[in-house]
Ligand binder design. Sequence first.
Ligand SMILES: Cc1ncc(COP(=O)(O)O)c(C=O)c1O
Length: 456
Amino acid sequence: MIPVPASLQTSQAADFPPGPNSQALFERAHAVFPDGTTRITVERDPVARYIARAKGAYLTDVDGKRFLDLNLNFTTLIHGHAFEPVIAAVERQMRSGTCFANPTEAEVELASLLCARVPRLERIRFVNTGTEAVMFAIKAARAFTGRSRIAKIEGAYHGAYDWVEVAQASVPENWGLPGSPAATPYYRGMPASVLDDVVVLRFNDAAGARQLLSRHASDIAAVVIDPMPSRAGLIAPGPEFVAALQETAREHGILIISDEVLNFRQAYHGAAARYGLQPDLFALGKIIGGGFPIGAVGGLSDVMSVFDGSRGRPLLPQGGTFSANPISMLAGHAAMKALDEIAYARLERLGNALRNRLEDAIARANAPLSVTGAASLFRIHPKPTPPREFREAHWSTAEAKVMKEMTRSFAGHGIVLPVGAAACLATTMGDAEIDAVAGAFEAFLAENADLLEEIS
Ligand SMILES: Cc1ncc(COP(=O)(O)O)c(C=O)c1O
């Protein structure tokens, strides 16, 4: 078994670290996975917590501990786990076949629902992940404009396509001057040509966006923008920034790609509509699959015509063995149908209530923390004032320690709180869950005054 260092055996966290069954599985996992996990985003502190089952807002781990889940598979499960309408739809389809080389009615249903809700989402294509959705949106912009470069936001996460990985993990040592953010590589050996093809913008820097986009205008196919990039701080876009992107892009024939893989959960009509952005293309994923793998690229009909193969080879061929499989389509349709305007309004109220409770607790404890987010999403920052962009949200070593302790403390109170990413609510949560989260946060503040003092 992997020994748990004494420094991690905190008395305040009764359920932290994970118990012996998780420890045994994690040890076995090291024989088959390079670091014991099969995705970088799995938390391990010091071991990963293995899950046995889940229902609604709650997970149960393999040691029998129950947790309120604020991660919900990286914001995917907007109705929580094992949502009954999804189970019913998937169970029915399982007996009729799970994937075919032919289309099914289910894909038309889900596409129709999404196109009816989202302005400017006139045509759509399904894929299997958000990464693929972003990749095809970028390729579509390239095919439409005949240009190859893209612009993206420093620190923003858009999945694993090389071009959007650029400047995803910039640090003060390499991120460059404020007016010329560097195109930093994400992994050793990343081709220099990829770096050359990416113009990096800073979130909420309207003047910088106008300047950089205009300077490189003739080469840029698209600006990829997540309206509230979670890894870059889960910060709302200011209206001047949205206007700067919109006007400069229009002026120079640059397309706007709204990556709403995560933030589509913010609003019935989508995140771009919420913030006044008018994209030419969208990348969707996560919630639209009801808990099954999915992605979608969509947008204006004329741009989406690059996928049109009805008159021979299209400008941009796109396939995918599991794309539009009926399981993901039906699960997604069941989840999205249940997510009506009333459900969105309720989530908005719950999110506002929680963010207010957290802010009140911070004010009462005079703690050097702040909260960002919107709708059903929130993020706590080890900063006395809410950051306005990625560089302001970046953690020092002492700040990282505070956030790690906060996650451990939440685990001790039976709550999964993601570290350095968006936490989220589900329609299956209510006042009891808001009370539990606010209570755990107040306990953390009360028990960690000394630690918080270090970042004051
Ligand atoms: C904004 C955004 N874009 C793209 C992706 C990639 O999606 P996937 O993990 O389904 O490939 C994510 C995943 O978290 C995301 O948050």
